[in-house]
Design a protein around this ligand. Structure first.
Ligand SMILES: Cc1cc2nc3c(=O)[nH]c(=O)nc-3n(C[C@H](O)[C@H](O)[C@H](O)COP(=O)(O)OP(=O)(O)OC[C@H]3O[C@@H](n4cnc5c(N)ncnc54)[C@H](O)[C@@H]3O)c2cc1C
Length: 459
């Protein structure tokens, strides 16, 4: 997720304590009843799978991680195509206070760099908004969020965030065109790009039901893979093992992959929601109806990145992020200035929802041309072409089928819990889409893996 919602709820101190305990247990704790004679399979070497495997191995279990890709990390993916580490999946630790990922970064001496959300700019044409414009936009957005909360509290039947926003905006007819466009851009950035989904596909009931950790948001100048690699140290990870079927009964589990069959006492499934939705892994016996219903009605958003390297920086050095409010709303694009964190003249553009899905069907030259069109609108026709670029296509990725989960109208926030429920004491589920407090985040994925490991240990 790119940015935190400014108005999200902050969790209580008691929950903070729990997250830190998980991070500590992961590396050190020994449980009272070690079941060292059991073998556990973990499907997926993303953060959830690695956290689960590491915790179980520390507790004395024999663990094998089956990963379909030829790399570990899943939706944490640091790429070197542009000559330095750049994160094509998750980039931020959202809220460092009590965040287990930040605890690990500190423990392992991994350098982080703070994002300043106040150092962001909205352009309308070639001009940045004036101070008066900013004040008006902020006041209207705050008021709209309050109205959205009130509307949500009174709702008898769910509707989309988009429908509610349009309903409310109808009463703001006296705003100037640039303020109205900037209000729309801000909402799209804070909700749409954050969720990787169009507002019309987001449930109002589910909006802002998740929790947020307080403290700075930070990125890794050296890449998120530093966390992944340290987590994976010493684990038995089998790459290129595409799981196709899972059988289980009272005696154990059998997992079929593209190249063999693995037998174990238990399995933790961390397959992304998008993979579960396509039925790419056959469960025998089939998943319970409630779980299958939750899988079918939850949704994966699409957040894609276009990473552009230039010969020199032409955008304001002090800005952490910026965007153009006068572009069509359906093409809302937010640019992040990686020069702040890496010293290299690199921008990361974020595109979400239907726009991202459309982009994935478009050739690279056309995508880059659109990004340049946005940038030329803000900084002039003479800006240079990029010297190199990388474009993600998360919705077409057969090991993810989307960026991260959300609740659309028609689904229920409790679906996260239903997806998390074990099918028996032998088949357990983890992954970002199973963590109701912190879905769609790295720390949520991590905590879900730790949760399922503890479930096995404490059986
Ligand atoms: C573009 C983007 C930006 C993001 N930004 C942030 C951010 O800034 N901060 C943040 O906290 N979160 C962010 N997220 C979300 C975060 O990346 C995820 O919530 C988290 O990494 C999910 O971890 P996971 O272990 O649940 O799933 P995954 O990382 O997807 O792990 C699942 C693993 O299962 C494997 N797999 C899939 N199918 C099979 C199969 N059939 N057989 C075997 N293996 C299989 C996959 O290859 C993968 O390795 C972002 C995500 C994306 C895509």
């Amino acid at each position: 997720m790119p940015t935190p919602l400014s108005r999200r709820r902050f969790i209580q101190l008691s929950s903070l304590a729990i997250t830190s305990v998980f991070a500590r247990n992961l590396l050190t704790a020994q449980p009272a009843h070690v079941q060292a004679d059991e073998t556990i399979l973990v499907i997926g070497a993303g953060i959830a799978g690695l956290a689960a495997a590491r915790r179980l191995q520390t507790a004395g279990y024999a663990v094998i991680v089956l990963e379909g890709r030829d790399r570990i990390g899943g939706r944490v993916w640091t790429d070197y195509t542009l000559g330095l580490p750049l994160d094509l999946g998750a980039a931020w630790i959202h809220g460092i206070d009590g965040n287990p990922i930040y605890d690990l970064a500190r423990q392992w001496g991994i350098v982080t760099s703070v994002t300043d959300f106040d150092a962001s700019a909205v352009y309308y044409g070639a001009d940045e908004l004036t101070d008066e414009d900013y004040a008006e936009v902020e006041a209207v957005v705050e008021e709209l969020y309050d109205e959205l909360e009130a509307l949500k509290a009174d709702l008898d039947e769910d509707k989309s965030v988009g429908a509610a926003v349009e309903e409310l905006l109808a009463d703001y007819g006296d705003l100037s065109a640039r303020v109205l466009a900037s209000v729309r851009w801000t909402i799209m950035s804070e909700i749409g790009l954050e969720m990787g989904e169009d507002l019309t596909n987001l449930s109002l009931w589910a909006w802002d039901e998740d929790e947020a950790l307080s403290g700075d948001d930070v990125v890794f100048p050296g890449g998120y893979r530093q966390i992944v690699e340290r987590l994976a140290e010493g684990l038995d990870i089998r790459l290129g093992q595409v799981v196709t079927a899972l059988y289980h009964d009272g005696a154990g589990v059998e997992v079929e992959t593209s190249s063999g069959v693995f037998v174990a006492d238990r399995v933790i499934v961390t397959l992304p929601l998008g993979v579960l939705q396509r039925g790419l892994v056959a469960f025998d016996p089939p998943l319970p109806t409630a779980k299958q219903t939750a899988i079918d009605r939850m949704a994966m958003g699409s957040l894609d990145k276009v990473v552009l390297r230039f010969s020199a920086q032409f955008w304001p050095e002090e800005l952490h992020s910026f965007g153009a409010a006068d572009q069509p709303e359906a093409e809302a694009t937010e640019f992040w200035n990686m020069a702040i964190h890496t010293g290299a003249p690199i921008l990361v553009a974020l595109i979400g929802g239907d726009d991202a899905r459309q982009l994935e069907r478009t050739n690279e030259q056309t995508v880059v041309a659109r990004m340049l069109n946005h940038l030329r609108g803000m900084f002039g026709a003479e800006i240079p072409e990029p010297t190199a670029y990388v474009i993600t296509r998360w919705s077409s990725d057969p090991f993810a089928y989307g960026s991260y989960s959300h609740i659309p109208p028609g689904a229920d926030y409790d679906d996260y819990e239903t997806l998390a429920a074990p099918v028996s004491d032998r088949v357990l589920f983890a992954g970002e889409a199973t963590h109701a407090a912190y879905p769609a985040t790295v720390h949520g994925a991590f905590l879900s893996g730790a949760r399922e490991a503890e479930r096995i240990i404490n059986r």
